[in-house]
Design a protein around this ligand. Structure first.
Ligand code: ZN
Length: 210
């Protein structure tokens, strides 16, 4: 059997199992989508949102990209964010990074990665903002892991800088923003930052006419 054929076979077994537990499982799930959470995570195959949080299909709206970035010119991210916040009215947004992130390692290196440079440059900007702290860390792995944490923090602030989030904060005092880092070594999610609705930002990022 080819590797991809195994996926299709496993899928059939999974669907059968679900129906065995609850004959209406897919009927219910197909009718309505009301997740409370938007998850912005890394594309890394080792950090699947549902598995590590013990959640089922229907519970988390998911966006993943290299190094869990919130880039203000990323139409994909912005569309997901607007849909989640304005239409699904999610209560929480989680930015989830992970220690040992390849995207963050790439940002610290001086390797030319072609088109990936443009994406990774956003992480290099985070490094520049925190250069004093980061350049003092001699162990490379520790430096990467600290940048992973600072990057998650920065992406949570990037969410708060959008008019989408600020307007929702004003209109319905939600969503709550969270920044977590996942440990590949122990499977544990570590909270890094928490922004409640209405949190103060650097004034230059605040919109007054929402
Ligand atoms: Zn990663």
């Amino acid at each position: 059997m080819k590797a991809f054929e195994k996926l299709l076979l496993e899928n059939k077994a999974w669907a059968r199992e679900k129906i065995k537990d609850d004959p209406n499982y897919f009927k219910h799930l197909a009718q309505i989508q009301t997740p409370d959470f938007l998850w912005i995570g890394c594309s890394d195959s080792r950090v699947p949102a549902n598995e590590i949080t013990g959640t089922d299909p229907g519970e988390i709206f998911v966006q993943r990209n290299i190094a869990n970035m919130v880039v203000h010119t990323d139409l994909n991210l912005l569309s997901v964010l607007e849909y989640a916040v304005v239409h699904l009215k999610v209560k929480h947004i989680i930015v989830c990074g992970h220690y040992g992130c390849g995207g963050v390692k790439a940002a610290i290196s001086h390797t030319n990665l072609g088109i990936i440079n443009k994406w990774v440059r956003n992480i290099k900007d985070v490094y520049r903002i925190h250069e004093e702290e980061l350049s003092a860390i001699e162990n490379e792995e520790e430096q990467v892991n600290r940048l992973v944490e600072l990057n998650v923090e920065e992406q949570v602030y990037n969410l708060a800088k959008t008019s989408i989030v600020q307007k929702a904060w004003k209109d319905r005092q939600a969503p709550h923003l969270h920044g977590w880092v996942y440990g590949l070594n122990n499977g544990i999610l570590k909270p890094i930052i928490d922004l409640a609705p209405g949190s103060k930002l650097d004034h230059i990022y605040e919109y007054h006419d929402l």
